[in-house]
Ligand binder design. Structure first.
Ligand code: GLN
Ligand code: ZN
Length: 759
């Protein structure tokens, strides 16, 4: 018989119950007991939802983050968070968020740990901290309690932990410590954990080493060998688990480690499966991740079965089946969606449905296709409907992509010439001041949007509220004395969803939430079909804003790469193809804006860097099509039209030439927290175009002083010529309130004035 298992289940709850409970707890609206009870009932509900498979994961539930859980389990708690109170959970929240509640009664706010992206996903984990004093000691209580809890409820379980080498790899040394040197201290703690787990009566332990799908130096490879040889004396059966990509040069290593089974991502590393089968010692289990844990498409069960059948004949009991990775990265349950069109809905599969697919595949392999004829037919109907649907395929869009020429991505003249033309046209002062686009999204704005969606107010009434908001933004900018204005984006709920809703080929869910970090979730829209733009999306708003002032108002758009990276993307064509379709749609908008008299247009590519593949060897091909898409979007305009772009998280050292290739006239970036050090690379590269390095951190409620801003601009000037510098915040202001924004921007304008006068 074939065994099915799951690598991890979304913990946030089908209606984000965990999020809301956590936030209530942080506000001190509820006691810790209530939080613990909600967590227990969510776990129970989630195990119930996984009944159709053989082994459910334990330990995948987390109050904030599984890496932070691991740090606590290993006793690696930052010194500043130790022994603040004897409430471990509150200390845990302090490490995650800086404080345990909104009003930490003990007034024990500490610096939160850093957060960073979990491999190439949009999930962010809390970075473990290491230094020369780092020691480890086991506290397995959380995991052991959950095991007992699950066993009492009669679940067949498989605990999940992060492996020691990946754990070290994920962390950051705060001093000169070589992280790898900590391995010898860490392994005894893992060994002790294994002993404790043996006592629980479990058979299998899933141990995740996803770094096996990344480029590893010899030292890291050796660390894996050392670790698993040291840990092999256990009666537990270890399932070494990899995901998110191919093993490539680590394949032999992964097959050889002294464990009892290997899980590989058979979606992203499908081509490697035959080699893995050849290399894997015959006493080991091979678990194939055949259901995509990173996307929401229904699996083609017939095709998958055809592929699996000979493998099963060959491997028999040694073959296990699972999703490719933890289902943390997909929404919980499609059944909750009430508003999706039925045909489109039939193409999707969320976590629960994915496990149903898994169970069905196992049943077919175990007992023959005959017992699942109806289900297979249903699945085939859905797959065929998606393949052939007119809603997916739009010949006009496909033709336009085929007709893309290189010229479409080129400006008429080089930057040096455009620069002259634009300087004359705009006649801007030195250090021109501007903002990144959004102004505070006030309660009134949100309420109006809600009311409009619920049909409580008419479109006309909604428009009036938004226009008033725009008017207010323009007035405020007038008073502040900024040089280049924005309309403030009140009409946008979200910088991707707003555009998605106006493009064809996009679907939106009600509850398609995916955890981003802690209690924060995102609801990525779904690109299911060819993209087109039926009509202008932003022109009216920008023209309205421009009608209120003589200062230039920037047109404000989200770029194709960011739209792509923050959506669930179709899997029936390359991402690059979808990106080019988006590029053409946004290009149309750029040209319509220009036609309407908007001569500065900002195209945000906040998520461009995020899309970089896991392996560096694949970066260039991503950058090639990503930059091409941006150029197609932006560069159809006249020389006199000034293209701006904006990027968050501006660590550009290894991609600066691609950034320069975008050829935007002005780039605004997030730099204030780096003290302008991130600008070094622009200096070294002799980046030719204008740059607006963010001079204040919009993520903090603090109001930057004039001096601090002057200081930062001076630091920028040490690296870049004054004529190329713009002055702006790090990012959009939508999450701030007006009381913070007004004085901050006033100081920014003042700083720029002081520096101008000094010249
Ligand atoms: N224009 C957007 C805004 O100001 C940019 C947001 C972003 O970079 N994430 O909100
Ligand atoms: Zn930004």
């Amino acid at each position: 018989m074939i065994t099915t298992h799951n690598l991890g289940f979304p913990r946030i709850g089908k209606k984000r119950e965990l999020k809301f409970t956590l936030e209530k707890y942080w506000k001190k609206d509820i006691k810790q007991n209530e939080l613990l009870d909600t967590a227990a009932s969510l776990r129970q509900e989630h195990w119930q939802k996984q009944k159709q498979i053989d082994l459910v994961p334990i330990g995948d539930f987390s109050f904030y983050d599984q890496v932070l859980d691991t740090s606590f389990m290993l006793g690696n708690i930052p010194k500043r968070a130790q022994n603040i109170t004897n409430n471990t959970l509150d200390n845990y929240f302090r490490v995650a968020r800086g404080r345990s509640s909104h009003n930490d009664p003990e007034c024990t706010c500490i610096q939160a740990s850093e957060m960073t992206k979990w491999f190439d996903t949009n999930y962010h984990y809390i970075v473990p901290e290491f230094d020369k004093n780092t020691c480890f000691s086991l506290d397995a209580s959380r995991l052991l309690e959950q095991i007992t809890e699950a066993q009492q409820q009669d679940n067949k379980i498989k605990p999940v932990i992060i492996g020691p080498v990946t754990y070290l790899w994920l962390g950051k040394a705060k001093d000169e410590t070589n992280k790898l040197k900590l391995l010898y201290k860490l392994l005894p703690v893992y060994a002790e954990l294994f002993t404790r787990l043996e006592q629980t009566g479990i058979e299998w332990l899933q141990i995740d080493e996803p770094i096996l799908t990344t480029e590893l130096s010899n030292e890291w490879q050796q660390a894996l060998i050392d670790a698993y040889h040291t840990l092999q004396n256990t009666s537990l059966k270890l399932l070494l688990t990899t995901y998110f990509g191919e093993l490539q040069e680590n394949l032999q290593l992964a097959c050889d480690l002294p464990v009892d089974g290997l899980h590989i991502d058979a979606i992203n590393a499908k081509d490697e499966v035959p080699t893995v089968i050849d290399c894997l010692p015959s006493h080991k289990i091979l678990s194939l991740g055949i259901i995509n844990g990173r996307n929401i498409w229904k699996t083609d069960l017939t095709e998958t079965l055809n592929w699996l059948t000979p493998l099963y004949e060959q491997l028999q009991e040694r073959l296990w089946l699972a999703p490719s990775c933890s289902l943390l990265h997909v929404p919980v349950d499609l059944e909750n969606e009430q508003k999706l069109d039925n045909e489109i809905k039939s193409w999707f599969s969320f976590a629960v449905q994915k496990l149903d697919e898994l169970a069905l595949l196992a049943l077919a392999l175990n007992k023959g296709n005959d017992c699942v004829v109806t289900q297979l037919a249903e699945n085939k109907a859905a797959i065929d409907s998606r393949k052939n649907s007119k809603r997916v395929h739009n010949q006009a869009t496909k033709n336009r992509v085929l007709e893309i020429t290189d010229e479409m991505g080129n400006r008429h003249s080089q930057y040096s010439k455009r620069e002259d033309i634009q300087r004359k046209k705009f006649n801007l002062p030195l250090y021109p001041t501007t903002t990144i686009g959004s102004f505070p999204q006030t309660l009134e704005i949100r309420q109006a949007r809600k009311d409009f969606r619920a049909h409580l107010i008419s479109e006309e009434q909604y428009r009036i509220v938004m226009q008033n908001e725009i008017k207010n933004c323009i007035n405020e900018q007038e008073t502040l004395g900024l040089d280049i204005f924005v309309h403030g984006e009140p009409e946008r709920n979200d910088m991707v969803e707003y555009f998605g809703e106006q493009l064809t080929g996009y679907a939106f869910t009600q509850f398609g939430w995916v955890q981003s970090y802690g209690s924060r979730c995102v609801k990525p829209p779904i690109i299911y079909g060819d993209i087109s733009r039926p009509k202008p999306m932003t022109v009216e708003w920008i023209n309205y804003a421009q009608s209120l002032t003589d200062k230039p108002v920037k047109g404000m758009l989200t770029g194709p790469v960011t739209i792509l990276n923050w959506s669930f993307v179709r899997d029936d064509q390359p991402r690059s193809e979808t990106c080019l379709q988006l590029a053409l749609a946004i290009r149309d908008e750029v040209l319509d804006l220009e036609k309407s008299g908007v001569y500065m247009i900002q195209i945000d590519e906040a998520a461009l860097r995020e899309g970089l593949p896991l392996r560096k060897s694949q970066w260039q091909s991503y950058l090639d099509w990503a930059i091409k898409s941006f150029r197609i979007t932006a560069n159809g305009v006249k020389d006199e039209t000034q293209i701006h772009t904006h990027m968050c998280y501006s660590e550009f050292n290894d991609i600066i030439s691609s950034i320069a290739d975008m050829d935007a006239d002005v780039i605004t970036i997030e730099t204030s927290r780096s003290d302008m050090e991130l600008l070094d690379v622009f200096d070294e590269f002799q980046y030719p175009n204008d740059i607006g390095p963010g001079v204040y951190d919009i993520h903090s409620p603090n109001i930057p002083s004039v001096d601090s801003i002057v200081d930062l601009i001076k630091k920028a000037r040490q690296r870049l010529p004054a004529e190329r510098l713009w002055v702006n915040p790090d990012c959009g202001l939508k999450t701030r309130n007006w009381d913070e924004v007004k004085p901050a921007l006033a100081n920014m304008v003042e700083a720029s004035k002081i520096l101008r006068e000094a010249i």
